[in-house]
Design a protein around this ligand. Structure first.
Ligand code: MLC
Ligand code: AMP
Length: 510
């Protein structure tokens, strides 16, 4: 094995494992869940809204919801927008859609009307299950035929249709992401992709039906949804769902419900680190960090209080890719070894991380241009490789480290911000002649959005409040700049392209 091709699945496998990566029959997420949930129906499954729901009640509820959706005319393959704060209704709506063979399009509830409209017009949903003020009217304006209801699914009842019939290659989720360039595009993940992603972490992290996860990540991104919720249902464990992140509530929830695992983005760990009960996390079987780099200092701070945080690396397009080992060294600053099933390769000239495997999506929704750019042919004639846009290196002993990004992307608090989208929104401000955004390092957020602004002739440079107020209707709040740096001119190369990396270097530390 060459060091730039660090497959070392055995680092993740439990003792006695035969080393193969076989997906559970029948090879679909819903098939694997159905087997799990039908067993021992009285076991607690999800805690939300101050009450536990058992496996049996959850299955029943998803069947009822599927009956209502089918009665509304939805059929397998139809796209459905789903968005709401974490709740039993949201989890049941998501699972019901998948059981019926619908394709869930999870949407961040903080999106503005324009951001929502882009997604809706791109994927053309047949229904929307959404809990946010104003979204129903907005979506109906876009498409008067659209079935719109909340995640409680306030639709007439109908007979329960055949469920869990999806095939492994059927699309199950379309996750919108900016990827390496351009407006957000939909990554189409199949039942098999989602099953493989969740199965790999269950295996690697020894996730069993005895586990209970404290799940405060939003259920509209891969971390909370594809790992937290899907993994819980696949392992047959249980989860305590919380709406939003509050360190006190997290620590109370862990104690009150006897949780064994916690998953969070580095910003959450940063906030937990300051809590006087942080050492309570040491009582958990496993704490996982991901979605953005966990600083070695934070890793070390947790180790000092007896918490060995396990960092892993994933993407919307691939579910999870690389993880530190459950047994063995959880190395600070490294993301560990490729997960079972994942084939990983470093481009020898650019050091970009390329991946393939049953967890890796097959392409973006109706975007042959992006698919041609972001997949590379295999010289050996095998499956194509997906270009992650992340740069990496591999230590002699096989640990993978993310060293940078080939893509223009800011990650703040575990959420992606595509700088060109912010530039476009801010350029429309009358006092702005030119603007370019970049990520400045921040201990709390990882990176924060900083706008470098050339003021228009005769105008003073707008303040950060001016720009935030101006763009609030166009951009979700996590994309708004937190700093403004007035500049005479933007650094550009000979072709006129803004040298964003120079801005990043100049950006003030937040
Ligand atoms: C909220 N705000 C953010 C922000 N989240 N600003 C920048 N970056 C963020 N991530 C805004 C709020 O809208 C508000 O704006 C202001 O910051 C203060 O909010 P807050 O109360 O401090 O933030 P909070 O609500 O506590 O949210 C912080 C957070 C949240 C870290 C809990 O961002 C979060 O849940 N992040 C996780 C995202 C996630 O799940 N990522 C996984 C992607 S999947 P205003 O203007 O109203 O004052 C993926 C693949 C993989 O990456 O590998 O996992
Ligand atoms: P998303 O498109 O929201 O799924 O974000 C995926 C991106 O998050 C990846 O391409 C990486 O750039 C980043 N990411 C995820 N996990 C990590 C990690 N542990 N360390 C560094 N970057 C990460």
């Amino acid at each position: 094995m060459s060091p730039d091709r660090p497959q070392n699945w055995s680092a993740h496998l439990p003792p006695g494992h035969d080393g193969r990566f076989d997906l559970p029959a029948p090879g679909t997420l819903v098939g694997a869940w159905a087997d799990r949930l039908a067993d021992d129906p009285d076991r607690p499954l999800l805690h939300a809204d101050d009450a536990w729901t058992t496996r049996g009640k959850f299955l029943e509820r998803t069947s009822t919801v599927a009956g209502r959706l089918a009665a509304a005319g939805l059929v397998a393959g139809d796209r459905v927008l789903v968005s709401g704060p974490s709740s039993l209704d949201l989890a049941a709506a998501h699972v019901a859609c998948l059981r019926l063979g619908l394709v869930v399009v999870p949407v961040n509830g903080a999106y503005t009307g324009g951001e929502l409209a882009h997604i809706a017009s791109d994927c053309r949903p047949v229904a929307a299950l959404v809990d946010h003020d104003g979204w129903s009217a907005l979506l109906r304006d876009l498409d008067s035929e659209l079935t719109v209801t909340s995640t409680t699914i306030d639709l007439p009842a109908g007979p329960v249709p055949p469920l869990d019939r999806a095939a492994p290659g059927d699309p199950a989720v379309i996750g919108y992401t900016s990827g390496t360039t351009g407006a957000p595009k939909g990554a189409v993940l199949t039942q098999e992709n989602l099953l493989a992603g969740a199965h790999a972490v269950c295996l690697a992290w020894r996730w069993t039906d005895a586990d209970r996860l404290l799940l405060c990540l939003p259920l509209f991104h891969m971390h909370g949804l594809g790992v937290g919720l899907h993994g819980t249902l696949l392992a047959g464990g249980s989860a305590v769902l919380q709406q939003g992140f509050a360190p006190d509530r997290v620590l109370d929830g862990i104690t009150d419900h006897g949780c064994s695992m916690f998953f969070g983005v580095p910003t959450m760990y940063h906030r937990l680190a300051d809590h006087d009960r942080v050492a309570d996390l040491g009582g958990l079987r496993l704490c996982v960090a991901g979605s953005a780099p966990l600083s070695p200092a934070l890793h070390a701070g947790f180790a000092d209080v007896g918490v060995s945080v396990l960092e892993r690396y994933g993407m919307t397009e691939t579910v999870m890719l690389v993880s530190n080992p459950f047994d063995g060294e959880r190395r600070a600053g490294s993301v560990g070894f490729p997960l079972p099933g994942v084939d990983l390769y470093l481009d020898p000239s650019t050091a970009e991380i390329l991946v393939r495997g049953p967890n890796v999506f097959g392409g973006y929704w109706e975007r042959p241009d992006a698919n041609a750019e972001e997949f590379a042919d295999d010289p050996g004639g095998g499956d194509p490789w997906f270009r992650t846009g992340d740069l990496g290196s591999v230590d002699d002993d096989g640990y993978v480290t993310i060293t940078g990004r080939a893509k223009e992307l800011i990650i703040t608090g575990g959420l992606n911000v595509f700088p060109a989208e912010v530039d476009e929104a801010l350029t429309a401000h009358p006092a702005v002649a030119e603007v370019a955004t970049a990520g400045a390092p921040s201990e709390e957020w990882g990176e924060v959005v900083v706008a470098f602004v050339v003021a228009a002739d005769g105008h003073a440079c707008p303040t950060v409040e001016d720009l935030r107020d101006f763009a609030r209707d166009r951009l979700a709040s996590h994309k708004l700049p937190r700093r403004v740096v007035p500049v005479e001119a933007l650094p550009r190369n000979a072709l006129g392209k803004v040298l964003r990396h120079e801005l990043c270097e100049a950006a003030p530390h937040a």
